[in-house]
Design a protein around this ligand. Sequence first.
Ligand code: FIX
Ligand code: ZN
Length: 408
Amino acid sequence: MTVSILADIVASTPVDDIHTHLYDPAFGSLLLWGIDDLLVYHYLVSEASRQMDVSLERFWSASKTEQADWIWRALFVEHSPVSEACRGVVTVLHALGIEPRHHDLPALRQWFAAQEPGAYLDRVLALAGVRSVCMTNSPFDDEERPLWERGFPRDPRFRAALRIDPLLLDWPRSMGRLRDWGYDVGPGRSGRTAAEVRRFLADWTGRMGARYCMVSLPPDFAWPSDTDAAWLIQEAVLPHGREHGQALALMLGVKRGVNPALRLAGDGVGRSRLDALENLCGANPGNRFLATLLSREAQHEAVVIARKFPNLHLFGCWWFTNTPQFIDEITRMRLELLGMSFTPQHSDARVLDQLIYKWRHTRERLVPALESRYAALAASGWVVTEPEMRRDVAQLLGGAFDSFVGAH
Ligand code: FIX
Ligand code: ZN
């Protein structure tokens, strides 16, 4: 085996990106792209907030263009853009044939303004080597809900996932919304309420063609426990999952609004109680669970749980762990303890163009991680063939996930 064969295979195998915040083009302006959206990405906002000479109050009251100007100046002009998120912008521009150092922001804006959106989408997907993206779709989002209700011709490259954070984490308010939408729910944790929440989940699964259901949970999430979230999971979400053969994705360890002044950029991390994950998987063998962990410290424990429960599939190096160092560590650990039965990465892209850097940077790390396992295996007397490498990489870039959640 030569590294270049493996590198070619990794580069040319199309990705099914299993979690993003991108939207089907039918959602119009909700599908973000271009230099200003790349610069005001919340990863960059939080980094720039440490170095910008403008108050957050002033920053948020400014236009997107002005915000992008400040971020560009703070992170790219006044300092070298060495962070992973900054480097991402450079990777994107470079892949598009733009030399960022030879352009100022107005020139970059002009370049993006000249792109035809449909052709640009095709180009970005091709440059990223991405075949499909899974969206994050919330019935509680007032911007996207009306379009789902009206219906629209789907772009088959954009798949749906049903996001239910408000349902589980703010039940008193969500109960009111469900009532407004015609579901007979009420306080008191009754059988009728649970059945109506199941009907709500079934309606939205059908409307979206949701491949899986998903929720992000704080570090102190416990299961079982005497909370609305645990009750709703037990009586509505898990029965719904069993009835519809739908996996539940748990994104564990996010502390929302640690610094509210940073808005979307203000979320933090805590080490999750993974006994909740262990308990859920153990007590519900008829359900399938997907999980990603936000804290580095939780990763090893999660891998061990996945070894115990085949109804658990780990995915992604999420957010603060999506850096080369942690991708190396987490991917190698998963390969060594789980073989090929996990999905190393999702992009979490919020801006279309980010697909290019998120997948280039991931592929850069996947090659040495796989190469070291294949080399160790060869040293032990098992040489992996080229077709076998193709099979393995296809599984890691979406195939294993597809088999786990079931084809839709
Ligand atoms: O909860 C999520 O899906 C997170 O990925 C987001 O909330 C987060 O803002 C993000 O974009 C991380 O990459
Ligand atoms: Zn996300």
